[in-house]
Ligand binder design. Structure first.
Ligand SMILES: NC(=O)c1ccc[n+]([C@@H]2O[C@H](COP(=O)([O-])OP(=O)(O)OC[C@H]3O[C@@H](n4cnc5c(N)ncnc54)[C@H](O)[C@@H]3O)[C@@H](O)[C@H]2O)c1
Length: 273
């Protein structure tokens, strides 16, 4: 159901690769809610992904290639988006993550530091770079909303999540630090949404992902949140209904983050004793 929550708003959505991507579902919901936006992803993802299909589903949204670690590329995304959309930007989604250590199955304790730096640059510093570029160009309207996607491995350790855990901890910290700067300067809000494990290309690349997924499903009173449900939540954060929410890491995980253990898991443990 659509409520016209984003009518008249202009946005930029980074990170839609295919229909499983969180950014894909968020783009679809933003379009349903009346927003206009541009889509951006790394040049290689534009070649290999399906972003043109998404563009067609979103009123032929313009696609702008950018490596999110490049300030030059990001400035170009903001400049072009303002021109294409006909005004400054009201919302930005950062849905970007990649760890070469995860991809190559290099254990955390034996990390390759060059890879580690890439993980941090792509998955965390790019969030800072997006906001620095926007601020430099004064590309955002007052009360604009910037959202990044995070995971609870920032607070609690999950074997297999590897250096992405450190990147997520930094991402959430950047939301607080930049949120303070941007809030005082221009009333821009900045938050991260900490999402349940979700079956996407990035998610499924994490070793033991299926076990994470099923464990979280069993432990969460409301069950895991899907990508579509994440999209619903993010739409509220882009809307005017959440104007005083900023510098937060918001758990969107069916209650997983605050559950110690479930009765079902306790009973299973008792049976296996
Ligand atoms: N899937 C999960 O279980 C889960 C849970 C919580 C948070 N997240 C986070 O959600 C976000 C989106 O991931 P997803 O699960 O939708 O997977 P995805 O693979 O669909 O999206 C990741 C995106 O990052 C983009 N990307 C990688 N390197 C880039 C670069 N240098 N420049 C620009 N873009 C680049 C990829 O092209 C891709 O579109 C990530 O931050 C991820 O960590 C995912």
């Amino acid at each position: 159901m659509a409520y016209n929550l984003l009518k008249g708003k202009r946005g930029i959505i980074f990170g839609a690769l295919d229909e499983k991507s969180m950014a894909w579902q968020i783009a679809i919901r933003c379009f349903e809610e009346g927003a206009t936006f541009t889509l951006s992803n790394a040049p290689i993802a534009l070649r290999m992904g399906k972003i043109n299909e998404l563009s067609a589903l979103c009123g032929n949204a313009e696609v702008i290639g950018a490596d999110a670690t490049s300030l030059e590329d990001l400035e170009n995304v903001f400049t072009q988006s303002i021109e294409i959309l006909g005004g400054k930007i009201d919302f930005v989604l950062h849905s970007i993550g990649m760890s070469p250590n995860v991809r190559k199955n290099i254990p955390y304790a034996d990390t390759n530091y060059e890879n580690f730096l890439k993980t941090i640059d792509i998955s965390a510093l790019s969030f800072h770079k997006v906001m620095q570029s926007a601020m430099k160009l004064d590309a955002l309207n007052e009360w604009a909303s910037v959202v990044g996607l995070s995971y609870i491995a920032a607070q609690r350790t999950f074997p297999g999540y590897n250096d992405m855990a450190d990147a997520k901890a930094m991402l959430e910290s950047i939301a607080r630090s930049f949120g303070l700067q941007y809030g005082f300067k221009k009333k821009v809000r900045v938050n991260t949404v900490s999402q349940s494990p979700t079956k996407t290309t990035a998610g499924s690349g994490v070793s033991g992902f299926d076990a994470f997924y099923h464990y979280a499903e069993k432990l969460s009173p409301l069950g895991n949140a899907s990508a579509e449900e994440c999209a619903d939540y993010v739409v509220t954060l882009f809307s005017d209904l959440t104007r005083k929410v900023t510098m937060q890491n918001l758990f969107h995980d069916g209650g997983f983050s605050f559950t110690g253990v479930s009765t079902e898991l306790v009973e299973q443990m008792m049976m296996n004793k």
